[in-house]
Design a protein around this ligand. Structure first.
Ligand SMILES: NC(=O)c1ccc[n+]([C@@H]2O[C@H](COP(=O)([O-])OP(=O)(O)OC[C@H]3O[C@@H](n4cnc5c(N)ncnc54)[C@H](O)[C@@H]3O)[C@@H](O)[C@H]2O)c1
Ligand SMILES: [Zn+2]
Ligand SMILES: [Zn+2]
Length: 394
């Protein structure tokens, strides 16, 4: 089959690889019909190289049609239309029972001390072959796959794999009080969807910050009060002015390691790319800290006693967080990978509603064949050609 494989920093290729086969009775094989490229994939493309091997198959936002199931997979059968969560979770362990599927104890990657395995995402998350491919082996398929109805286009459902539950969790964790305000940092797919979900859930005062003109425009068109980072020397002052002088009740950080405006960090990551793996890992684990500028901004912006909800992914083992400020401002903070299946019952009515309240049908800017993946990664990373959300369609 054809699959998108990692070959180095800024080098993904469409390789021909063996078709996946059932390896465990809890596996299923799906024929992929759509597969998103995510901001998290850019971390691999740019930063996390030392944790990935040449030839690893990328992608964690797939949907498709079931081809084959293992003996212990009884809820889905060949021919079913399914979305696959990015978390590989078992559905029956202590953590899954608590709704923390991203901490699943059956698939935790103990070698690296990390949480649940994650499709297409480095050794840190189990090195599971990903879904930007013609076919995918789905581990823990007795629990993971989300059955969706026939009829509507893939765009209706594919974001259930990641964008929708991640944004839903971001809003949930932001703990926005009734009548309160939320500010979203970063208007990529996760940030923009967080704005839409907050609005859908009745938050009237939604603000957001980014620096890409088309992204600001998209959010503005949805009634979000946007700030262009480049226009403000004193962003906190501008935000306070729009939030009764105190700042928003809640801030969602949907930027993560891609943060601009941290030149030292960028350089460190670039250097790391040139070093042998062991040395590079050290640099990433220590220099990850320089990419915290968006998170520090979130802490600066939020109202005293407010909540910061962190969905952007940060690396870095030593993280000099501004503890004095966090303590002094009495800030609450929640974070983590989305627990995908935890939020599906909340989301399913919204993605199947006739009027498409979250606008998922118009969310993607590009739908391209798998063969064009290298170009798609490039324009998504450079934010060229209005690339916002790209779906690969094998
Ligand atoms: N928690 C989870 O489960 C989960 C799931 C999916 C994605 N993520 C993470 O969420 C983050 C966003 O994902 P995405 O797909 O939307 O990615 P993206 O890279 O498209 O979006 C990031 C946005 O942040 C903007 N930005 C950069 N620096 C900024 C700054 N200093 N202030 C304000 N905006 C800034 C960029 O212009 C961009 O529009 C990534 O870190 C990704 O890894 C987390
Ligand atoms: Zn993703
Ligand atoms: Zn589990």
């Amino acid at each position: 089959m054809k699959a998108v494989a990692w070959h180095g920093n800024h080098d993904v290729r469409v390789d021909t690889v063996p078709d996946p086969v059932i390896e465990h009775p809890t596996d299923a094989i799906i024929r992929v019909t759509s597969s998103g490229i995510c901001g998290s994939d850019l971390h691999l493309y740019e930063v996390l190289g030392p944790y990935i091997d040449e030839g690893d198959i990328l992608g964690h936002e797939p949907m498709g049609i079931v081809e084959e199931t293992g003996a212990e997979v009884t809820d889905i059968k060949a021919g079913d239309r399914v979305v696959i969560p990015f978390n590989v979770s078992c559905g029956h362990c202590f953590m899954c029972d608590k709704g923390l599927m991203s901490q699943c104890e059956t698939t935790q990657v103990r070698e690296y001390g990390t949480g649940a395995a994650f499709l297409g995402y480095t050794k840190l998350y189990g090195q599971v072959p990903g879904g930007q491919a013609e076919f995918l082996r789905v581990p823990q398929a007795q629990f993971g796959p989300i059955k969706v109805p026939e009829g509507p286009p893939d765009d209706r459902f594919v974001y259930l794999s990641d964008v929708l539950p991640t944004a839903w969790q971001a809003v949930e964790y932001a703990d926005i009080p009734d009548g309160g305000s939320v500010l979203v940092l970063g208007l990529g797919p996760i940030g923009e969807m967080s704005c839409r979900i907050a609005q859908q859930r009745g938050v009237e005062h939604v603000l957001a910050v980014d620096l890409v003109p088309e992204r600001l425009e998209r959010a503005r068109a949805h009634g979000v009060h946007v700030f262009d980072l480049r226009d403000h020397d004193d962003l906190p002052a501008a935000v306070r002015e729009q939030t009764g002088g105190r700042g928003p009740d809640s801030v969602i950080d949907a930027v993560g390691m891609e943060a601009h405006g941290a030149p030292v960090g960028k350089l460190a990551h670039r250097l790391a790319g040139l070093l042998p793996d062991a040395a590079a890992r050290k640099v990433i684990e220590t220099a990850g800290i320089d990419r915290l500028s968006a998170l520090h901004m979130a802490i600066e912006l939020v109202q005293r006693g407010g909540t910061v909800s962190l969905s952007g992914v940060y690396g870095g083992a030593i993280s000099p967080m501004p503890l004095i400020q966090m303590f002094d401002k009495q800030i609450n903070m929640r974070m983590g990978q989305a627990n995908v299946k935890r939020w599906i019952d909340d989301l399913m009515p919204l993605v199947t509603a006739d009027d498409d309240p979250l606008g998922v049908e118009q969310f993607a800017t590009h739908r391209v064949p798998l063969a064009e993946a290298p170009h798609a990664y490039e324009i998504f990373q450079k934010k060229e050609d209005n690339a916002f959300k790209i779906l690969l369609q094998p």
